[in-house]
Write a protein that binds this ligand. Sequence first.
Ligand SMILES: Cc1ncc(COP(=O)(O)O)c(C=O)c1O
Length: 411
Amino acid sequence: MATCGSMLWIHENHNTQKENHMTFDINKARRDTPGCEHVLHFNNAGASLMPQIVRDTVVNHLDCEMMIGGYESANEADERLQGVYKSIATLIGAEADEIALMTSASHAWVQAFYAIPFQRGDKILTARAEYAANYIAFLQVAERYGVEVVPVPSDEHGQLSVTMLEELIDERVKLIAMTHVPTNGGLVNPAEAVGQVAREHNILYLLDACQSVGQLPVDVREIGCDMMSVTGRKYLRGPRGTGFLYVKRDVIPQLTPPTLDLHSAMWTDADTYEMRTDGRRFEKWESSIASRLGLGAAVDYALEWGMDTISARVIALADELREKLSAIPTVTVRDLGEQRCGIVTFTVGGHEENAIKATLAEQKINVTVSTVASTRLDMEARNLDKVVRASVHYYNTSEEIDRFCSAIESL
Ligand SMILES: Cc1ncc(COP(=O)(O)O)c(C=O)c1O
């Protein structure tokens, strides 16, 4: 329960956020984002429009590979590549040696999850709105090792109930694995409160922050997670095929990645090998250097704006969109949560979700549709088969929100 003190803080914080939002340099944001001239992009939780600097970084490195060779370009870019780890560490409050560069959030998540030494009888606690790929992995491990998967019930706001989580803790719980911002709505799960419980009981905590990093300030020390998976293409505005994994330094030795190669481990003698001791234990040798540099450029670009500035603007725009959509009689906004972010989900009476998406696409308006198969437990509990997902970023505007709502009204 929020105390008066924390309510006052929320109120004051909200006011500061509003002020930040008012002074935001939208002209610069849109100038740096050439895609804004072509589309009304409300699919930022799918993949955001890249800023020019990200595209230039990727293309420049590819040009360099074409001109002087792939290995030679990598050597030339080495300092900048090391800088990518440092930038990511700065973004999430970690150290550079706790970061592994990945090809996606799923890649990051599985490298951490399948590295956990599960034993028969272990328990995994998760949230109701857990992402399908993660849940499928839980079920596989349940089948393989006889592990039990327990979704923690939600509270009255629709987020994971921290009280219920505490009640479900026993000596069999090996892992708490939770999605911070689910794929199907604006809900923000209480990552920090969950971290406190995990720490008190010395339980491993894996956070899927695929949809939160880049739109909200996320600090791994404040949250207290042991592992965290993130994608590049969503709110971070990086290129597709990028992501990263954070693993807390003193947790790394407990985890053996499901597969190794000559980068994650060293062949030390005819019959022996040694795994790396830093985060790169979870990586593979071959990678797209251009994409990794592009991810670094995206992170640096986000840091230039500042995560507080970004999140204030994103949350204010999403609140505005929810309010304006709610005023349309046929629309039902579906977002849950005490704290909400830049993802807005809704249904429109008498209109099928994919048909809505197609009609909007004809007007160069991008949204996506989230289906029951992506967050089955949550969607079934709410009797939902599909929702339209409109996700805003800081380069969107109130004018776009108005145009979007008119398009929905005239369906
Ligand atoms: C909550 C959540 N986790 C993980 C993923 C997977 O991310 P990626 O496609 O980068 O593997 C998604 C993608 O939509 C997601 O919404």
